[in-house]
Design a protein. Structure first.
Length: 268
């Protein structure tokens, strides 16, 4: 029974923002694979979706090997996460459906976790990077595919290939706007407007994140500062206690002297 659940995360572990991000990308990748397998697409749209899926696979493989490198017990990590590696191999469609297991694993983990808000709040920087990664891949995927579909075969259109659609999306989402590729249909203009709004919001979040790296203190710095404050308060408390102890000792000595004097005095 334990061997069958090796690929499951330990129940006591709270999901990290990057694990949730990988779940979202797995879901997106499964959708792409299903569309490639069952939908009737033109060659350029098919090439575009293959490129998207290949890019997601590269993200999965990078995430897997980074975690493998950071793992203390690499054999144990491979035993628990081998299915992630298999599902990340590009150009093999049946293996990609194994990403459903990754989605089910994280859903199970979410159900077993009392609260996801607290772990995410505690890892705000990681949550920000994970959100940016998912947003970037999602926007690039949907904007490129939709733009290629609505502009294909339209007179005077200049977005005809998968490379054209991806380049237009990158230029638009970055708000650079070279103007070498642009939509000519009403639907294309609507998609372009949505991408521009997403791009402005996207880079606004990046700017805020970069500013927080330089302005907001790091978590380790906060802990070090708090530890230093606690040490200073303890030293001050110990110094006061020693001072009070010295005063008490002097008072006790004075009382002892007075008692001895009274005992020696014959008039008493």
């Amino acid at each position: 029974m334990a061997d069958k659940k090796r690929w499951l995360l330990h129940p006591e572990q709270a999901p990290t923002p990057f694990q949730l991000a990988m779940m979202m990308l797995s879901l997106l990748s499964v959708i792409v694979v299903l569309v490639l397998s069952f939908a009737t697409l033109d060659s350029e749209t098919n090439r575009l979706l293959l490129f998207v899926d290949f890019s997601i696979c590269m993200i999965f493989l990078t995430y897997f090997f980074v975690n493998l490198f950071r793992a203390e017990n690499k054999i144990d990590y491979i035993k628990h996460n081998w299915i992630d590696f298999v599902a990340s191999i590009p150009a093999i469609e049946p293996l990609r459906l194994a990403r459903l297991f990754q989605i089910l694993r994280v859903i199970r983990l979410i159900r077993m976790t009392q609260s996801l808000i607290i772990p995410i709040i505690k890892q705000r920087r990681q949550a920000t990077l994970a959100s940016l990664l998912v947003a970037m891949v999602t926007i690039l995927t949907f904007a490129s595919v939709l733009m290629l579909i609505v502009e294909a075969g339209v007179p005077d259109a200049n977005i005809h290939t998968a490379e054209d659609a991806i380049w237009w999306t990158l230029v638009t989402i970055s708000t650079v706007g070279y103007g070498d590729y642009y939509p000519v249909t009403a639907a294309g203009h609507v998609i372009g407007g949505v991408v521009i709004i997403c791009g402005v919001s996207f880079f606004g979040v990046i700017s805020g994140y970069m500013a927080s790296l330089f302005i907001a203190p790091d978590e380790s710095e906060k802990l070090e500062t708090q530890s230093e404050q606690i040490r200073c308060e303890l030293h001050e408390a110990l110094a006061r206690m020693e001072e009070n102890q010295g005063v008490l000792m002097k008072q006790i000595e004075q009382l002892n002297l007075k008692l001895e004097e009274r005992q020696d005095d014959p008039k008493v």
